[in-house]
Design a protein around this ligand. Structure first.
Ligand code: ATP
Length: 363
């Protein structure tokens, strides 16, 4: 008989209030050992508060929080079998790198031999052997971040918690460290909860993403589910750069399909959608630009062109909404040109105009 793997972390109807103000509402999610769970959302959405609840730095107001099988309600942070890496590295300035990494073990009375063994293992994984005798002031930002991770890695805990660990690094270093964290996760097969507001970090690192807004879980799924089938307009707009185009349309049924109109522009779709107001979405990279007739009955007139080097983006109006369409880098297009745009069926997204929720197209 195959044993089922039990979650390493599970939250059920977790709520957190500060005084009368509830900042986390009914959060339920779980992750399996080896999962890399990213808590993603804009500033103030509650992701750090949720991480701090998991760490035990904040008490939960109601609901349950389990790490492994054990309920954590009355368990202090030091007994939760977790290791945290913060955005500020909080290294001890007077200690060497080696001492910083082994300090926690020393405090817990772990033998010198075991400390040395753990230090060697972690230094090799993080490739910081040449830095062990240095002080934090003699390190670059990326090296300090690696040492901070080293301090967490010597623990071999049930759960690693990362709070925006890359946000103090410059763009290039962030990309390098992102790759390193990914490699690290693959090498040690750790279970990680990772907070960020950066959707690229979430897409590249996560096995599961929990998108949050205003203390609510907007969607919990794999990176592909979140990107390709966003549950609502918030998730659709939050993921992707440039974000998904979303335009208000009026829908009428025609035959087995539907016609969406945006002023004088119309698009026929095979899906049988509810009639009336609907939000229509497509990603800038899914638009196929052609010379002939596209999916839309009226062409788009280019209002603005933006060239980023690798891509060219054209802005045009769809009804009242300005939409962005990605073109090849060397596309010879200028403001005032007309574009015929086609969209493959899988690239069409529909959302309820009142609630913003995804409408599963029944075709
Ligand atoms: N100690 C506190 N007392 C009262 N309100 C708080 C406290 N800490 C956080 N909040 C509020 O809880 C909400 C969530 O804050 P939190 O720091 O978790 O957001 P966040 O998503 O991590 O944001 P950021 O990315 O800016 O750190 C915010 O509205 C914040 O103002």
């Amino acid at each position: 008989m195959k044993a089922t793997t039990s979650p390493v972390l599970s939250l059920e109807n977790l709520k957190k209030s500060y005084g009368d103000v509830e900042v986390l509402h009914d959060i339920s999610l779980s992750m399996l050992p080896g999962d890399f769970l990213v808590l993603l959302g804009p500033s103030g959405c509650g992701k750090s508060t949720l991480l701090n609840c998991i760490a035990g730095l904040e008490e939960i107001t109601s609901g349950s929080l389990r790490i492994g099988e054990a309920d954590m309600t009355d368990v202090p942070p030091r007994d939760r079998d977790i290791a945290m890496v913060f955005q500020s590295y909080a290294l001890y300035p007077t200690m060497t790198v080696a001492e910083n990494i082994t300090f926690g073990m020393k405090v817990r009375g772990i033998s010198k031999a075991e400390q040395a063994e753990a230090l060697a293992r972690v230094a090799a994984v993080l490739q910081i052997e040449p830095l062990l005798a240095r002080k934090p002031s003699e390190l670059s930002g990326g090296q300090r971040q690696r040492v901070a991770m080293g301090r967490a890695l010597v623990r071999d805990p049930k759960l690693f918690l990362f709070d925006e660990p890359l946000s103090n690094l410059d763009a290039k270093l962030r990309v390098e460290m992102r790759a390193e964290i990914r490699r690290l996760h693959e090498t040690v097969n750790a279970s990680v909860v990772y907070v960020t507001h950066d959707q690229i970090e979430a897409m590249t690192l996560a096995t599961r993403i929990c998108v949050m807004n205003e203390g609510y879980v907007q969607q919990f799924g794999t990176p592909d589910e979140i990107y390709f089938t966003p549950a609502n307009t918030f998730v659709a707009r939050f993921m992707g750069n440039p974000p998904m185009n979303i335009a208000a349309a009026t829908c009428r049924r025609e035959g087995a399909g539907s016609v969406l109109s945006f002023g004088d522009q119309e698009i026929r779709v095979a899906a049988a959608l509810p009639e009336g107001a609907v939000e229509f979405g497509f990603r800038p990279e899914d638009a196929e630009v052609s010379q002939g007739a596209g999916s839309f009955s009226a062409p788009f007139t280019v209002e603005r062109i933006e060239r980023t080097g690798g891509d060219t983006f054209a802005e045009a109006k769809l009804g009242e909404t300005t939409v962005t369409i990605r073109l090849p880098a060397r596309a010879r297009v200028a403001a005032g040109d007309a574009l015929s745009v086609s969209l493959p069926a899988h690239a069409l997204h529909f959302f309820d105009a009142a609630t913003g929720r995804r409408i599963e197209a029944g075709a």
